[in-house]
Design a protein around this ligand. Sequence first.
Ligand SMILES: C[S@@+](CC[C@H](N)C(=O)[O-])C[C@H]1O[C@@H](n2cnc3c(N)ncnc32)[C@H](O)[C@@H]1O
Length: 413
Amino acid sequence: MTGESLELQVGAVAAGGSCVARAPDGRVVFVRHCLPGERVSAVVTSATTSFLRADAVEVIEASPDRVERPCPYAGPGRCGGCDWQHVSLPAQRRLKAALIGEQLARLAGLERDVEVEQVPGAPDGLGWRTRVQFAVAPSGRAGLRRHRSHELEPVDFCRIASPDVEAVGAEALRWPGAAGVEVVAAGAQRLVSVTSRNPARRGRLQAPAVDAGVLVDGRPVRAPHGIRHHVLGRSFEVAAGGFWQVHPSAPTVLAQAVLDGLDPRPGERVLDLFSGAGLFAALLGERVGPAGSVLAVESDPRACADAARNTADLPHVRIRTAAVDAAELIRAGRPDLVVLDPPRAGAGLALTHALAAMRPRRLAYVACDPASFARDLKVLLDVGWELSSLRGYDIFPMTEHVETVAVLIPPAF
Ligand SMILES: C[S@@+](CC[C@H](N)C(=O)[O-])C[C@H]1O[C@@H](n2cnc3c(N)ncnc32)[C@H](O)[C@@H]1O
């Protein structure tokens, strides 16, 4: 079946960025490189007993939302970094809104229209990524991975990488002995982290001369080893490998949404779960003041070291290096406010049940996966919580990814 050509009428968009169609034998087909309403000729790329995956290779009837791809490396069988280079930006945001709405209906039983908002910067959806992970071929050339593949697409540039990342010129350099190169950049601050191909030779690899801080297999070789960011009047230093949002305006947009949604008051007790380098902890710590407190919980020791530095002027902010654990949080006592910003897997049912029982005055859930968010939201809605606001942000243009910030209020508040 793989390699077979099918003519397909394309239906709605599905999680993962493909659209759904039906093969002549009735099987569901997840089709990339197309848009709802299009008629396409597609080639099957993989098959299971219940569904097929396919790439649209020819458009028979095009959607009005289709545009010329700005990136020459995007398209069937090519770079897998972007899902929707062929889609106009307003239509990308509508598709993301539809995906959120569908997950809310399916997993949380909630009918709700969500708008996905454009964020400041990169109005054409290009040049925004401040961190890019290149894979390196045995020849030493850096490239990007093809979709669902270990194969490399050699590239001379990446259209969604920021000009600061591109200024390092990773694609033009040779990286012998490397398996991967990560470039992080903000303005003139640049960091390159190289990973060895051969684990037995870890740390011995010679990186080419670059105008950037360099780490080899996590070992600092050349300063600087972190990047300083500015958000809502505060400065945050993030070490190489630590989490920081990759769209340059995302930290400000998300932090402002959390502050607006939680409306922190002096003296309140805050719990910041999955706290990374302390973005929300620091800003909430400023708002609740020394009469209040913030407990930030994060499992990555490097991120916790960053968070400790980033909140050093706020002694009422405590950073705990630990995996978020529901039972332990209950023992820590009832907070007034909670912000949680978990990885794609979401908070999970046990933690969400525990948070529901703690009944903070308000809870802000920052989510990068609408499905896991909708699953967790159902737990709160089922015990009477109200979804006070839900905003979607287009902080990953050209991809199917989207960020949401939900504000929830417990019953009887
Ligand atoms: C989406 S990031 C959010 C970081 C931070 N809130 C921000 O806005 O920059 C998720 C964070 O959760 C951390 N993490 C992942 N699993 C965890 C766990 N089980 N317990 C605690 N932290 C975890 C990751 O290291 C990462 O820093």
